[in-house]
Design a protein around this ligand. Structure first.
Ligand code: HSE
Length: 437
C-alpha cells in the first residue's frame, strides 16, 4: 500500500472538528477507497485548550497556521479559517507556493483571489480543491467542472445560503419574526461569524461568483453582482406571496444574455409548485440548465459541520487517489489564464415578472393612477389584489401587482412615477419573479 497521505488542518471550528471526527471514524473505509491511509498529522487553531470533542493527541500543534501550511511534514493543507484575506489567504498562498495540495471551504477567499491562487496551483502542479465552498455538502463543483464537460450552460441558479433559507422557511411556516429565526440559525451553527454576510446576500454572492466562472468559463467577478439581502422581507410579503401562489427564496442567479452575463442575488418569488420552492430549511439547491443535459437540480444540506465536512473529505480523498506525475485538471475548469473576461449585463435590462407591493392612501383615483403608470411604461399586469386595510387600518390600503414579463428599467420607472404621484404611505416593495420548473 502507498504511504499515508499526511493532512494538516488549520481552523478547528464546527467544520474542522467534524472533519477530524469523520476522518477518524471512517479511517478503514477511506483507506479501502483511496488505497492509502489519510492521517491528520498536524493542526492549528486559535485556542489550544478548547475541548472540541475530538482526539488530537497524535497531531502536532502549530500556533502559526502559515508555518503549518509550509511544513514538510504534510502533503495536503486544509484551510478552514475563513475570510477573504488575513491568515487564510497567507496560509493558502504559502501552501501552494511550497507545492502542497490545498483543500478549502473558503468561498470569500476563492471569490476574491481564486484566479491568482488557481494560477499558482496550476504552475506548481498541485490541486486546489474547494467543493465545500459552495452549497456545503452538494457536490456542485465536481458536477460543473467534471461531469458537465462539453455542456454549454445558459443559466445556473440556486439557494446557496442555508441561513437565509432556514429563516425564510420558518417565517413562512411558523409566522416567526426574522430575529427569532436568525438566532436559532446561529445557535445551530449555520450562520457566518458575522451573520450580515448571510442575510445581506454576500455569502450567496461569493458562492455565485464561483459558479458563474465554472458555468461560463469567465473570470470570477465578485463585485459585478447585483445584490439585495432578505432583511427587508416582511410577513406581509410572505403572506402575499403565498396568496398569489409563490414562495420567497433568496436566490443567486447567473444567466447568459445578449448583453453579457447577469449575476444577481436577491429575494425571489418562485412558483409554489416548482421543485426549488420545496427546498426548505438549511437545505441548498442548485439548478443548472445546459444545451446537452437539459435541466439538473441538485439539492442537499448547505451548511453545518457534517455536511461541509463531507465535501472537504471528498476533496482530500481525491488527492489521496491521485498519483505523482498525474496531470490535474484546471481549478476553474479551464486554465486560469484562459478564462474569458467577465462581461456584465446591465441590471436595467433584466427581463422577468415582478411582484410589487404598495401601501397607499385610501382615496379615489389611486388605483387608476397606479394602472396608468404601469401602462405608460408598457407593463402588462397579470394580477392585481387589493386588501381592505393596510398596516395602519382604514386610512390606507395594500395593493399588490404581479406583472407579466417586462424589464427592470420599466418597473423602476413605473415605481418612481407612482412614488412621485404621492399616493404611497411607505416605501414600495419590489420582488423579482424567477422562472423555475
Ligand atoms: N453561513 C453559510 C450558510 C454556511 O448559511 O449557508 C455555509 O457557507
Amino acid at each position: 500500500m502507498s504511504e499515508a497521505l499526511r493532512v494538516g488542518i488549520a481552523g478547528l471550528g464546527t467544520v474542522g472538528a467534524s472533519v477530524v471526527k469523520v476522518l477518524a471514524g471512517k479511517a478503514a473505509e477511506l483507506t479501502r477507497q483511496c488505497g492509502r491511509e489519510i492521517v491528520v498529522v498536524a493542526v492549528s487553531a486559535r485556542d489550544r485548550s478548547r475541548d472540541r470533542g475530538v482526539d488530537l493527541a497524535k497531531a502536532a500543534w502549530f500556533d502559526d497556521p502559515v508555518a503549518l501550511a509550509k511544513s514538510d511534514g504534510i502533503d495536503v493543507f486544509v484551510e478552514l479559517i475563513g475570510g477573504a484575506d488575513g491568515p487564510a489567504r497567507a496560509c493558502v498562498e504559502a501552501a501552494l507556493d511550497a507545492g502542497r495540495h490545498v483543500v478549502t471551504a473558503n468561498k470569500a477567499l476563492l471569490a476574491r483571489h481564486g484566479l491568482e491562487l488557481a494560477a499558482i496551483a496550476e504552475k506548481n502542479g498541485v490541486l486546489l480543491n474547494y467543493e465545500a465552498a459552495v452549497a456545503g455538502g452538494i457536490p456542485v463543483i465536481k458536477t460543473m467542472r467534471e461531469a458537465l464537460a462539453g455542456n454549454t450552460v445558459s443559466r445556473v441558479f440556486g439557494i446557496l445560503n442555508g441561513t437565509c433559507n432556514y429563516i425564510l422557511t420558518r417565517m413562512g411556516a411558523e409566522g416567526l419574526t426574522f430575529e427569532e429565526c436568525l438566532k436559532d440559525a446561529q445557535r445551530l451553527g449555520y450562520a457566518e461569524a458575522d451573520p450580515t454576510f448571510d442575510i445581506e446576500g454576500y455569502d450567496t454572492a461569493h458562492k455565485l461568483a464561483i459558479l458563474t466562472s465554472l458555468a461560463f468559463g469567465s473570470r470570477i467577478a465578485p463585485d459585478d453582482i447585483y445584490l439585495e439581502g432578505i432583511s427587508n422581507i416582511t410577513q406581509a410579503d410572505i403572506r402575499a406571496a403565498s396568496e398569489l401562489g409563490y414562495r420567497i427564496k433568496l436566490l443567486g442567479v447567473a444567466q447568459r444574455t445578449e448583453g453579457g452575463i447577469e449575476q444577481r442575488v436577491h429575494p425571489t418569488m418562485v412558483p409554489t409548485a416548482s421543485v426549488i420552492a420545496q427546498v426548505n430549511g438549511v437545505t441548498n439547491a442548485v439548478a443548472i440548465e445546459t444545451d446537452i443535459v437539459g435541466e439538473l437540480l441538485l439539492s442537499g444540506p448547505g451548511a453545518g459541520g457534517n455536511a461541509t465536512a463531507s465535501a472537504v473529505i471528498g476533496d482530500i480523498a481525491d488527492i489521496a487517489k491521485s498519483r505523482p506525475g498525474f496531470q490535474h485538471g484546471p481549478v476553474f475548469g479551464r486554465p486560469a489564464d484562459e478564462l474569458a473576461p467577465y462581461v456584465r449585463a446591465p441590471m436595467r435590462s433584466h427581463e422577468g415578472g415582478y411582484f410589487i407591493r404598495l401601501t397607499v392612501h385610501d382615496r379615489i383615483g389611486v388605483f387608476a393612477a397606479i394602472a396608468g403608470r404601469m401602462a405608460a411604461n408598457g407593463i402588462s399586469l397579470q394580477s392585481i389584489v387589493q386588501h381592505a386595510d393596510g398596516d395602519n387600518g382604514e386610512a390606507e390600503k395594500t395593493v399588490i401587482l404581479v406583472t407579466a414579463e417586462t424589464t427592470e428599467a420599466a418597473v423602476r420607472k413605473a415605481v418612481e412615477g407612482i412614488t412621485e404621484d404621492g399616493h404611497l404611505t411607505t416605501k414600495p416593495q419590489v420582488i423579482r419573479i424567477e422562472r423555475a420548473g
